[in-house]
Structures are given as structure tokens and as C-alpha cells.
Design a protein around this ligand. Sequence first.
Ligand code: ATP
Ligand code: BUA
Length: 353
Amino acid sequence: MISLVINPGSTSTKVAVFENDQELFGQNISHPTEELAKLSTIDQQYQFRKDAILHILKEQQQDLQKLDLIMSRGGLLKPLSSGVYQVNTQMIDDLKNSPRQHASNLAAMIALDIAEELGINAYIADPVVVDELQPLARYSGNPLFPRRSIFHALNQKAISRQYANDIERHYEDLNLIVVHMGGGISVGAHEKGQVVDVNQALDGEGPFSPERSGTLPVGDVIRTAFSGKYSEQEMLQMVVGKGGMVAYLGTNDAYQVELNAQAGDAKAMEFYEAMAYQVAKEIGSMSTVLKGKVDAILLTGGLAKSRMLTKLIEERVAFLSEVKCYPGEDEMKALAFNGMLLSQGELEIKKYQ
Ligand SMILES: Nc1ncnc2c1ncn2[C@@H]1O[C@H](COP(=O)(O)OP(=O)(O)OP(=O)(O)O)[C@@H](O)[C@H]1O
Ligand SMILES: CCCC(=O)O
């Protein structure tokens, strides 16, 4: 079974071709801040990402006719249970009308477009809106603003299962704190296979990240929003896209910031320390959700490739439990794996409605 896997992230587009769960070809296309800043509408983003994917496939002489199905990362749909869903027109309508924009909204649209041309099906798995929050986690502080579950569900679940497999236990028997650190950063409390609490990692709360502000002092934000100096769009961009590292240092490239820090740039170094500090605080907070019963803390995502960052985090949270790093993300393999199970009839296809 041959699958095409596509995953538009906030700072990159990943594309791969798998035979069952073995990667035949894979490429991570990075998108610098300046390049993304030119694309203001969802249509422009859609065309840009689709062109990037088709260009790479052509350049690598990948034969699209041999594909059996397309797996893609899910977007900002309504809250859903964990699983695999066939892309349908209802899903595309909801993605197009989503009140929040996010790169992952494009995945199913691009997947369906390519799939229809080839006469095959497209699916999403564990979208960012997987919601397993416990009732107490839904309180914010005002009933107008319930807390929501928007996070890197696909990678957090895949890494958790990989860890469980590594220690020969079942995911459903473990309490884990999983930290995905990419363009956005999510910290999930996994209690016996359910993500019972997680920061709303898109435009809600939690640590700042390469391109997001995370939690901000809310009174100051309201006063700034009503100051007349900024449009709604500009305020939202302060939170997603132009927040965090982009706001402080003007780039979403943490690797470059790390090189600068190592070369003696004190501002870059302090920024890195502050990012680790905020991530560690969020981990501490999630440890109380699990009442201190934490089997392991798992660090994953592009930023987990940085030994410097993971060491800074580890030195603050190692007292809680073992800390393990799974650098990069396993989202592509997780999507391909779901595709393989589907083709073998071992997985239920959920209907999006
Ligand atoms: N070796 C490294 N050291 C430090 N940072 C790194 C390294 N490799 C990648 N990064 C950083 O990781 C970030 C990208 O991570 P990732 O690819 O997981 O994000 P994404 O997929 O675009 O976004 P998201 O995961 O939120 O959907 C970038 O800031 C990149 O510079
Ligand atoms: C939080 C939603 C997923 C992402 O940041 O890319």
C-alpha cells in the first residue's frame, strides 16, 4: 500500500511517500517568516503550500498514479474524538469557514484536491482538535471563555505510544506529560491514555514559542486592543505568527537563535533560557493535574532536537520524573501507520458530520 502523506505546519510543509509504514521519500520544506508574511489569505496559503508539495513530488520523480490513498494532518474542525476520518465536503466547508486560521486547515483541502484527481480517498488522523479534557479543565475564569483542546494531538499520541512500546507497557496504563515544541508549543497531561488537560497551544495560552505569544497579561492586551493603534488582524498576529520568538528576535528559526546564543549573543541566550523556563513551568502545572503521579516527561517536536534547550528544561523538571527526548516529530510516520491500518481493514473509519 503506497500513501502520500502531507503535513502543513506553522513554519514548514512536510511531504512524504510511504510503502506501508516505511518511508520511500520525505522532505521538510521550511518557510521563512518573510515568505509566509506575504500570504495573507487562506487561498494564497493554499496555493502556495499545494504548489510546494507538487513541485517537490515532481522534482523527486514520484509517480502519483501509484498512490493508494492520501493521509493528511487534520485542521481546526469542531472538537472530535481521537481517530481517522475520511475527508468529505462537510469537513472542507468547516475548514474553509473556520473562525481560526491555521496551516493544518489546508491539509485536508490539498489532500482531497489531489485525491480527487487520482480517483482515490483522502483521510485525516488525530486532528489538532482532539478533545479529551476532563470537566474541571474546561473552566477558564469566565463562562464566556471555556478552555479548549487545540494541540499537537497526532504527535503527542504517537510519541506516547512509542514510549509505552519502548518500555513494554501500554499507553493506557501510563501517566505522561508530553511536550510538543514546534512553531507552537503544547504541554499535555496524559492520564491513562486520555489527554485530560493541555494548554490551548494555538492562540490561547501556555509557554511562548517560535511564533506564538502563549499566555499574555490579559488586561494589558485588552487595553492595547482598544487603544486604536492596532487592527484586529494585527492584534491576532501578535498572538499567532508574530508572537514569541518572532516578536522578540524577528525570526521563527530557533536553530539560528541557538547558533547565535552559542556565538555569544546574550539576548538570544536569555531568550532561550526564558523559553525553557516557561515550558518547565507548564510541565510543573500539568504535574499537579496528575497529582504528582508522573511516569515520564516526553520532549518532542523540532525544538527537541536542541540539546541546549532540552537540558535547560530538564534541569528544572527532572525532580518530577524521568525526562525522555524524542527529537523531531513522528507525525508523518503516525499518519502513514494509520493509512496502513486502514488499508488492512484494521481501523474503523470515522465519518465527519
Ligand atoms: N537542531 C535544532 N536545534 C534547534 N531548533 C531546531 C532544530 N531543528 C529544528 N529546529 C526548530 O524547530 C522549529 C520547527 O519545529 P517543527 O518542524 O516541529 O515545527 P512546525 O511543524 O512548523 O510547527 P508545529 O510543530 O507547531 O506544527 C523551528 O523553529 C526550527 O528552527
Ligand atoms: C496547536 C495546533 C497545532 C500547531 O501548533 O501546529
